[in-house]
Design a binder for this molecule. Sequence first.
Ligand code: ADP
Length: 163
Amino acid sequence: MKSAIYPGSFDPITLGHIDIIERASRIFDNITIAVIQNKSKTPFFQITERIDQITSIFKDNPKIKVEGFNGLLADYANTKKVYTIIRGLRALTDFEYEFQMALINRRLNTNIDTIFLMTDEKYSYLSSSAVREIAKHRGNIRDFVTTNVADAVEKKIMELKET
Ligand code: ADP
């Protein structure tokens, strides 16, 4: 069985992430989407909200599991005994950061290999931060995220405006 971990903030998950997951599920038998808890001090969505959104998107795909994690990816890989990491690349600008992370992770855990999958060109400009920004200014995000995520983002924006 070929297994892999796809780590990320997914704040929120976009159609670009989903495209990478669908590509990866043609290569791997099992994929754990590992939602990072501790990266940003103030995430837009709580980790439980992100996990619920992603779980609902992949509820009919038995290959996909969704988990939260804290701490180092190198340690998480050890606890899972899965050493293949999937990351997506959108543009050359992603490369430097991803290259550094891949080398650091391999330095921390020599078993780790990172596999890069190229985005579909139609999602090459898409990021979670762009989705949050568009929604904040009441733009239409429904071409960029699933309906459940669009509803949740719009609800969260309303709540944040009320506070
Ligand atoms: P992180 O905070 O770890 O970068 P993200 O949720 O922003 O988490 O991204 C997780 C992974 O998905 C990264 O490898 C990122 O490059 C990739 N990714 C993000 N958006 C897209 C997209 N539109 N197309 C392909 N890959 C993407």
